[in-house]
Structure formats: structure tokens, C-alpha cells
Design a protein around this ligand. Structure first.
Ligand code: HEM
Length: 136
């Protein structure tokens, strides 16, 4: 039971749903109010926030060695933090600002993605490798 609550694959997918609900409500808002200049920040919240978070969660779910990595939780925190900063920067740009948060946000997102790539590329795979709480 405890494993089901704290497992990072589940947390990742829940974070993705949070981004999706936010992104959809943002989409409804910008559509109703005819503020289509925010389409870019809406798209990044949905694509980097929802789509990629759920994909990362499914990667963790389907490749159990990734859940054992000490980099797994830092990767999650760095990636999610980066998307928040990047979307805030995009929102500023769409509002007519200079978007100073966008470049650092983009770099943090890339860093988080590189860490996931590294975890995936360097993980040990074998018939007996399992993760805690995984039944198969
Ligand atoms: C309730 C759900 C959603 C609503 C109401 C909504 C609404 C909108 C609106 C009003 C636009 C601007 C269209 C225009 O510029 O003419 C837009 C653009 C866009 N949306 Fe959504 N959307 C929703 C969900 C999503 C989801 C789930 C994704 C991706 C996973 C997504 C990706 C995009 C993309 C890529 C664009 C184009 C961005 C651009 O032109 O820069 N949307 N959406």
C-alpha cells in the first residue's frame, strides 16, 4: 500500500494530470476571452507538462531499474521545476514581456530530460532486475 502511494511513476503521472487540467482550463479561458496570444504558453504547459510527464511516468513504470536510480527523484524535481519556470517565461512573452524566465527554464527542462536519458541509457537490465512494489 505504501509503495502505491509513494512510487515515483504514479507521482509523475499525477503531476501530468495536474498539468493537463491546468492546461485545459487555461485553453478554455484563452478561447472564451479570445486571448489567443497565450496559445504558445498553453501548448507548452500541455506538451511539456502533461504529455512528457506522463511519458516519463510510463518509462519509470515499464523499466523498473529506473525507479531504483538515485537520480529518479532529483530528475522529477528538476524537470517539473523547469517546466514551471519555462511556462512562466512563455506566459510573460505572450503578455508582451521580455520573458527572462524562459531561457533558464528551457535549460532546466533540458537538464531534466538529459538526466532521464542518462538514467535510461545507463540502467542495468536483466531478467532478475525489479523495483520495490512492482508485482511483475
Ligand atoms: C480543454 C482542452 C483544450 C482547450 C479548450 C484548448 C484550447 C486552445 C485554444 C483556444 C488554442 C488557440 C487556437 C488559435 O490560436 O487559434 C489552442 C492552441 C493549441 N493547443 Fe490547446 N486546448 C486544449 C487542450 C490541449 C491539449 C491537451 C494540448 C496538447 C496536449 C493542446 C495543444 C495545443 C497546441 C499545440 C496549440 C497551438 C499553439 C500555438 O499555435 O502556438 N491543447 N488550444
Amino acid at each position: 500500500m505504501e509503495d502505491r502511494i509513494v512510487r515515483l511513476d504514479r507521482i509523475y503521472i499525477l503531476a501530468g494530470f495536474a498539468w493537463l487540467i491546468f492546461g485545459m482550463m487555461f485553453g478554455i479561458y484563452l478561447g472564451i476571452t479570445d486571448q489567443l496570444q497565450f496559445a504558445n504558453s498553453h501548448a507548452h504547459a500541455n506538451l511539456l507538462g502533461f504529455v512528457v510527464s506522463v511519458l516519463f511516468g510510463l518509462l519509470l513504470r515499464n523499466w523498473p531499474p529506473l525507479l531504483n536510480s538515485r537520480l529518479a527523484m532529483p530528475q522529477f524535481v528538476i524537470y517539473q521545476f523547469g517546466v514551471v519556470i519555462l511556462v512562466a517565461g512563455k506566459f510573460d512573452i505572450d503578455s508582451g514581456g521580455r520573458g527572462i524566465l524562459a531561457p533558464p527554464g528551457a535549460m532546466i527542462v533540458v537538464l531534466g530530460t538529459f538526466i532521464m536519458f542518462w538514467m535510461f541509457a545507463s540502467a542495468e537490465y536483466g531478467p532478475n532486475v525489479t523495483a520495490p512494489g512492482l508485482s511483475r
